[in-house]
Each structure stands twice: as structure tokens, then as C-alpha cells.
Write a protein that binds this ligand. Structure first.
Ligand SMILES: [Zn+2]
Length: 179
């Protein structure tokens, strides 16, 4: 597969030896200097935010991949940052909102095509409680936001496997605003 990291990492990042790796889905190892590097899933956070009427707050992506597609607020966890810090930072950065309470829900693996290479991620989903939406504005890598009925979302139009699976699970949850 041309998007596999094994097609893009041609030289050892430590000793610059080329073409002499043991490469698996999880790691590569340089035969020349012994450098061993693991391709672990990158941790990301996803925000589930409902407003009082039960509509779900989603965003329109303002960046590639999947520019313009409906998505959840969220993003990658920075090095040294906790998942709780990351979800609060992302909701503030993308929507100028400050949840008063967050609650971990579930995790969803994803494949994120970036710069032509597949990045495996694990999306940690948090239910974010917000009382006051008056400060909302779309910022950062978000071009717009929408309040949508969970039941009306067409899963096939969603950009990522994890986003599709999160919405499917919400659609199959009796009271998704209270999980
Ligand atoms: Zn090396």
C-alpha cells in the first residue's frame, strides 16, 4: 500500500543508512545501527457536546484531510499533555467554549491519512458539558459549526472510521445525552 509508512521511511533517522530495515506494521529496526522505532497509535481526543435541546455540536473541517466534512471537535494530544488537558484546549481553540465538566466515554481507533502516509490514531472520546454557548465561534482549523440531530446524521458522509463509529454508537444509544 503506497500510504503505508514502510514506503515513506526509506532511511534510518539516526544513522541515515538506507533500505535495510526490518519493517512491520508496528515498528522498524535499522540493521546498520540497531535503532528501533515503534509506530504506536497517536493519541487524540474527541468532544461530544450536546446543547439543551439534545442537538449535537459538530464542526466543518477547515483543513485537509477531508476539508469541509462534518467532524467532531478535537485533535491530537500534545507531548506531555494529559487527555483531559487536551480536550479542554481543543474545545477552546476550535470553538471558544469552556466545558464545566468532562467525562471519558470510550476510545475509537482510526486511520488518518496525512502527507500521504497513514497515521494510526486512538481517539479518546469525552462528553463535554457546556451551559453557555454564547461565546461560540469557529476558530483554528474549523471553518464552521452546526447543531445536528444525531438520528439525522448520514454516517456514510462522515470522514473517518472513528467518527462514523462514534455516531453509530450514539445513534444506537437510548439517551446519548446521558451516557
Ligand atoms: Zn541506523
Amino acid at each position: 500500500m503506497t500510504t503505508s509508512p514502510s514506503n515513506h521511511f526509506k532511511y534510518c533517522p539516526r544513522c541515515a543508512a538506507g533500505g535495510i530495515f526490518d519493517f512491520t506494521d508496528k515498528a522498524f529496526k535499522c540493521h546498520s545501527c540497531g535503532f528501533h522505532f515503534f509506530l504506536n497509535s497517536s493519541a487524540a481526543v474527541t468532544a461530544i457536546i450536546f446543547e439543551k435541546t439534545g442537538k449535537l455540536l459538530m464542526v466543518r473541517r477547515g483543513i485537509e484531510p477531508h476539508f469541509g466534512a462534518l467532524d467532531f471537535p478535537g485533535g491530537f494530544i500534545d507531548p506531555g499533555e494529559s487527555a483531559e488537558e487536551a480536550i479542554l484546549r481543543e474545545v477552546k481553540e476550535e470553538l471558544n467554549l469552556e466545558p464545566y465538566k468532562i467525562k471519558y466515554w470510550a476510545s475509537f481507533p482510526n486511520e488518518y491519512l496525512y502527507s500521504g502516509t497513514i497515521v494510526n490514531t486512538i481517539d479518546l472520546v469525552f462528553l463535554c458539558s457546556i451551559d453557555d454557548f454564547s461565546a461560540i465561534k469557529h476558530l483554528d482549523d474549523v471553518m464552521d459549526f452546526e447543531f445536528v440531530e444525531v438520528s439525522s446524521i448520514d454516517v456514510k458522509q462522515l470522514p473517518f472510521l472513528s467518527v462514523q463509529n462514534i455516531v453509530r454508537r450514539l445513534q444506537n444509544t437510548k439517551d446519548p445525552t446521558n451516557f
